[in-house]
Design a protein around this ligand. Structure first.
Ligand SMILES: Cc1cc2nc3c(=O)[nH]c(=O)nc-3n(C[C@H](O)[C@H](O)[C@H](O)COP(=O)(O)OP(=O)(O)OC[C@H]3O[C@@H](n4cnc5c(N)ncnc54)[C@H](O)[C@@H]3O)c2cc1C
Length: 261
């Protein structure tokens, strides 16, 4: 079913037009990580890296969009904040089943988007912070496949950190992208708690992305003149990256998903 403006409702408190959409499907990744796909309203447009605002029972929150604009549905990757830790919308998202109603504001927003003026893009993420980068890469690959761009100008280096290996839910996709388009994508997942039993199968990179970023830039000859750093996810990671990389002359774009207390 296609949603259009006629189906919009007005939230009396906010006086905003909200569109009604449905949950298409959900995929539980861990107990507190979930992928959801929701209907994309007719005429809904966004740039890779932008966020949508969805709601249930009048509670609304922002979510960066995983999917690329060419995709039929809107894909989101959500981390649960339990009710006893202050979560309001995410506990409701966790109860959703296919066909359940959700609202979405009519316009995507955000300036954390791919900046094609730069040659190198150093994309730093913690867990759900990888979302905008997946959208960048899906969009770029589609454009290569459609012969709209050539694969000779940009390189995206994704450094993705997580405490546990089961939190890397887009790792297979990013690994495949890096294998198929090595001139476009490099992907380095890193676990920050390598000694914990849940990570006993891990043989890859270890350490927090904020601790790896300087060496990574150095080892890959990424210079402040040709490289834009993006930092998305945990506010502590973003702060530390800024402290380390701004004094070296790097420009940093950031998207904070929440504020640290
Ligand atoms: C531009 C933007 C994009 C976002 N994109 C995503 C996304 O792609 N995926 C996603 O899961 N969230 C994303 N968020 C966060 C999201 O909007 C919600 O805040 C989050 O899902 C929690 O919602 P809630 O209503 O359950 O709790 P809230 O009422 O929003 O928050 C309760 C408390 O938890 C803190 N908090 C929120 N998120 C987290 C977290 N992940 N870890 C620890 N503490 C947290 C808040 O700061 C607050 O103190 C984004 C936020 C912004 C501003």
């Amino acid at each position: 079913m296609v949603t259009n403006i006629k189906q919009s409702v007005t939230d009396p408190k906010r006086k905003k037009n909200l569109l009604n959409v449905k949950l298409i499907k959900r995929e539980d990744i861990t107990n507190d990580l979930l992928k959801i796909w929701i209907e994309k309203p007719n005429g809904y447009t966004f740039k890779p890296g932008q966020y949508c605002t969805i709601g249930i029972n009048g509670i609304e929150r922002a979510y960066s969009i995983v999917s690329a604009p060419y995709e039929k549905n809107i894909e989101l990757f959500v981390e649960l904040v339990p009710e006893n830790e202050g979560g309001a919308l995410t506990p409701l998202i966790w109860k959703l089943s296919p066909d359940d109603p959700i609202t979405i504001r009519p316009r995507a927003k955000g300036i954390f988007v791919f900046n094609d003026q730069w040659q190198n893009h150093l994309l730093l993420a913690t867990v759900t912070g990888v979302v905008p980068y997946v959208s960048f890469i899906r969009d770029y690959i589609k454009k290569i496949e459609n012969h709209e761009v050539k694969n000779d100008r940009h390189k995206m280096h994704v450094l993705m950190g997580a405490s546990y290996l089961d939190e890397f839910s887009y790792d297979e996709e990013l690994k495949s992208a890096a294998l198929k388009y090595p001139d476009l994508v490099a992907f380095v997942p890193s676990v920050s708690r390598p000694n914990e039993s849940k990570n006993s199968d891990w043989s890859g990179t270890t350490g927090r992305v904020n601790m790896l970023v300087r060496d990574y830039a150095n080892d890959n000859s990424l210079s402040p003149n040709d490289t834009l750093i993006y930092a998305c996810g945990h506010p502590g990671m973003i702060e530390d990256v800024k402290e380390k990389m701004i004094p070296l002359g790097f420009t940093i774009d950031e998207e904070r998903f929440w504020k640290e207390d």
